[in-house]
Write a protein that binds this ligand. Sequence first.
Ligand code: ADP
Ligand code: MG
Length: 257
Amino acid sequence: MSDIRAHDLSVVLDSRTVLSGVGMQVRGGDWLAVIGANGAGKSTLLKAVAGVLPYSGEVLIDGTSVRRLRPRERARLLAYAPQAPALPADMTVFDYALLGRTPYIPYLGRESRHDREVTASVLERLDLGPFASRRLGRLSGGERQRVVLARALVQQAPVLLLDEPTTALDLGHQQQVLELVDRLRLADGLTVVTTLHDLSVAGQYADSMMLVSGGRVAASGTPVEVLTGKLIDEHFGARVRIATGPDGRPEVHLERP
Ligand code: ADP
Ligand code: MG
């Protein structure tokens, strides 16, 4: 199991400070949900941790600085599914998901039978088997989103970073994706960081939560500590009622003003 620690992360984009002094700690095998209003800096934080964006500060996986890793090594350690990546319209679902195996395929080599089997099995688990030979340009939004997730899972990295993995999905597929990620977490000890829009869902799956606001950490702790009416009012400008679910986890309900 791999733990993640980040210190003093800052990101400047177009000479604007988008993320500032963010610290983060996730124990190996835990699930951290990052929440915050639109534009708070959630995606930027995930990109910095994934190393796809220049940042200052330090990201450590099991004590190793991610910055020092070569791209191949990093990809074996860390899989990242962006919120809305540009997909090559003419590529098939299978070939795109297979790209997740790139860090295991030798230079100038071909994928192995094992690589193809891993890819096929992930597609199957996400109901994408029947779409394997479909071109990416011919998928619905929800299908595209599951294909992006598939590529990340095919990577079989111990750290999984998912940026709003359920936003375009219908209720059934939301549950399927979240349960699959949770099952992999428990079975293989994956460490999971997701941004999630739905606060109740975030509170249901996460071990810990982090509220980002204006590029800084506004609160972090257990779901009960972070999902309070006061913090949600302050940082989302929403009036909500917090109930306690049967498992003791908080449920966030919108209230009409
Ligand atoms: P979130 O995921 O929380 O909605 P983002 O991390 O995507 O927010 O964005 C944080 C802020 O950074 C927003 O105000 C956004 O407009 C800004 N931003 C994102 N990308 C860029 C960029 N390439 N150049 C300048 N500002 C950007
Ligand atoms: Mg975002």
